[in-house]
Design a protein around this ligand. Structure first.
Ligand code: MEV
Length: 437
């Protein structure tokens, strides 16, 4: 570890950066070779890929798997998932297959409105801003036309523009709220460009009102909101309780259904369980977002804010039962894109969308949410029956054996030995030691 500050790191060439960082590692780590080894071979793809970020010296791999048979509104998708956590793809796959044989997932509602804000303080008398609002709005919308032509051509554009008194947030604060429809693009650049244009226009509009001592109108910031409560998808799946027999692990189906209901009730009302419950949903959601080049950080932030929208953090998904029909559902905010941005630039993201049949953003929202509900259902099923460790242990053992480079007969022996035993790194090492002595 160096104590000195590095100057001009960004000015170094890619190779110089790689060498410099490799020198910080032990020689035995072969860092330089590893950094190079994980780079893409195709020169164009490689430089396009590395240009997505800054100071890049290598690429960081994540396992890319498929959850087959995710049925959404009668259509079957084989869904790409990028995730390093074991069991998630297996859980999504089993759950998807189970539901596909029972009618699959259904999208019951989609909304696609995205928001952005320009925050500004107004130091003149407050009524003045409202008196001028009608003209200001026309001025701002007229200017925006030049930026929105293409989006309007694709069927999207500005839906509304409102002025909101935000004095409760801070003294003299106002905000302009822009609502937009961005069709198949996530729209972050489009929205931010519109907002920054409005911020500039505000300055111009109020220039005549400024005092020699200072501006009356001070823009604080212009930025889209990742909170998207009007850009949500609701998915549901339901089945008669008798159909849960194959997965109830010998619990009578009535008991299985009651335990399901209780598990969802706990997640709804107890925030400490709700967070874990929602983490299980985001396992599936994030993996599909990653694989399709979408912004999973935005989805995470929005999902958790949405989960706390009534003042208490709650589960995003629910379970209900009527006439012995068990229904699982979820509403989740998802601002996704299927064109533009990383979706076009990342070679595997592009392929992922192709595998999914080049869906529209609305279709992708349905697919992502269905996978989220699938991983959630799989987690709760395990929790109320066998517990999650049983399934994890097989994969955990496989990871340990890989780390210790164990294969062939010895691997098979280890797998057989641990079938009903507790797996830990030390236990596996002990087993190998015993076998070899
Ligand atoms: C693990 O990644 C996710 C779970 O903890 C989710 C849950 O508890 O519902 C299994």
């Amino acid at each position: 570890m160096h104590k000195e500050i590095i100057h001009g790191f960004s000015k170094l060439t890619e190779e110089e950066k790689r060498n410099f960082i490799a020198m910080l590692c032990n020689e035995s780590s072969h860092a330089g070779e590893k950094f190079e080894g994980y780079l893409m071979e195709d020169e164009t793809e490689r430089s396009q890929f590395l240009d997505l970020s800054e100071n890049t010296i290598s690429s960081f791999h994540t396992p890319y798997g498929i959850a087959p048979n995710v049925m959404v509104d009668g259509r079957v998708y084989h869904v790409p998932m990028a995730i390093e956590e074991s069991s998630v793809v297996a859980a999504a796959s089993h759950s998807a297959r189970f539901w596909a044989e029972r009618g699959g997932f259904h999208v019951t509602r989609v909304t696609t409105v995205k928001l952005g804000h320009v925050y500004f303080t107004w130091l003149g008398y407050p009524e003045y801003i409202w008196e001028r609002w009608h003209v200001l709005k026309l001025f701002l919308l007229e200017r925006l036309k030049k930026l929105t032509i293409n989006m309007v051509r694709r069927g999207g554009g500005i839906l509304s523009l409102e002025l909101i008194d935000a004095a409760k947030t801070a003294e003299n604060l106002f905000k302009l709220e822009l609502k937009v429809e961005t069709i198949n693009s996530m729209g972050a650049n489009f929205i931010n460009t519109c907002l920054e244009d409005m911020a500039e226009a505000l300055d111009l509009f109020f220039a005549v009102d400024n005092d020699p001592e200072g501006k009356k109108c001070q823009v604080a910031m212009a930025i889209l909101s990742n909170y998207t409560p009007e850009c949500t998808v609701t998915v549901e799946a339901s089945s008669h309780i008798d159909h849960f027999k194959p997965i109830s692990e010998r619990l009578p189906v009535g008991v299985f259904a009651d335990k399901m209901m209780l598990a969802y009730q706990i997640a709804k009302n107890d925030p400490s369980r709700a967070v874990t419950h929602n983490k299980g949903i985001m396992n599936g959601v994030d993996a599909v977002l990653m694989a399709t080049g979408n912004d999973y950080r935005a989805a995470e932030a929005a999902a958790h804010a949405f989960a706390a929208r009534d003042g208490q953090y709650r589960s995003l998904s629910w379970c209900s039962m009527q006439d012995d029909i068990l229904t699982f559902g979820m509403t989740i905010p998802l601002a996704v894109g299927t064109v533009g941005g990383i979706t076009n630039l990342h070679p595997l993201a592009r392929l992922s969308l192709e595998i999914l049949g080049n869906p529209t953003a609305k279709e992708l929202m349905g697919i992502v949410a269905s996978v989220g509900l699938a991983t959630n259902f799989a987690a709760i099923r395990s929790l109320i029956t066998t517990g999650i460790q049983k399934g994890h242990m097989r994969l955990h053992l496989s990871n340990i054996l890989n780390t210790l480079n164990v294969d062939g007969t010895l691997r098979e022996e280890a797998e057989a030995w641990f079938i009903n035993r507790k797996v830990s790194f030390n236990a596996v090492k002990h087993f190998l030691h015993e076998r070899s002595s």
